[in-house]
Ligand binder design. Structure first.
Ligand SMILES: Nc1ncnc2c1ncn2[C@@H]1O[C@H](COP(=O)(O)OP(=O)(O)O)[C@@H](O)[C@H]1O
Ligand SMILES: [Mg+2]
Length: 156
């Protein structure tokens, strides 16, 4: 990604507390800045691990693309370790509703398709990537161009 765009993203991350998700799991926060997802972690090791796994799965079309890592200090002075991710269309009824699993959003008639797409994703993850998907609630997967993809790679 071009340096100017990365600098713009970091400047926004430093100043903004606008998050679409404020950590309940491994990911400390998720925000959308300049049209791209920013997944932030509290340790470089956690970030590197999730980034590497998403990159591997993205190459197989099983996760959104990744576009490099950024380190920054947030508006409270806390160091954050993030990576840039393509956006998936979430299937969850909300971002975090206080309990897992998320329920599916959409009409009842769409849900059967969602359920079968989720099972197809599970099979592909295992057969093509050796990935055994344990943390399989509906906040952890979505669609990119109509294809089911894994959002949260911490659920081996
Ligand atoms: N690539 C993405 N596209 C769209 N939404 C995302 C993406 N990554 C994360 N999110 C949103 O942020 C939430 C938390 O991300 P996730 O990777 O599941 O973190 P955690 O490890 O904390 O569960 C997801 O449930 C989803 O709502
Ligand atoms: Mg998750």
């Amino acid at each position: 990604m071009a340096t100017a765009r990365i600098e713009r993203i970091i400047a926004t991350l430093k100043s903004s507390a606008e998050l679409s998700y404020d950590g309940a799991g491994a990911c400390a926060s998720f925000s959308i800045v300049d049209g791209i997802g920013v997944k932030s972690y509290n340790s470089a090791m956690a970030r590197d691990c999730h980034y590497g796994e998403q990159k591997r799965l993205a190459a197989l079309g099983l996760a959104p693309f990744v576009d490099g890592c950024v380190d920054y200090v947030d508006s409270t002075g806390t160091p954050k370790y993030a990576y840039l991710s393509g956006l998936a269309d979430s299937v969850a009824s909300d971002v975090y509703n206080g309990f897992w699993p998320h329920s599916l959003r959409g009409a009842e008639s769409d849900r059967a398709k969602c359920e079968s797409d989720r099972e197809a994703l599970r099979t592909e993850l295992f057969d093509r990537a050796g990935y055994s998907w344990v943390d399989d609630h509906n906040g952890n997967w979505g669609y990119v161009n109509g294809r089911p993809v894994l959002i949260d790679t911490s659920g081996y």
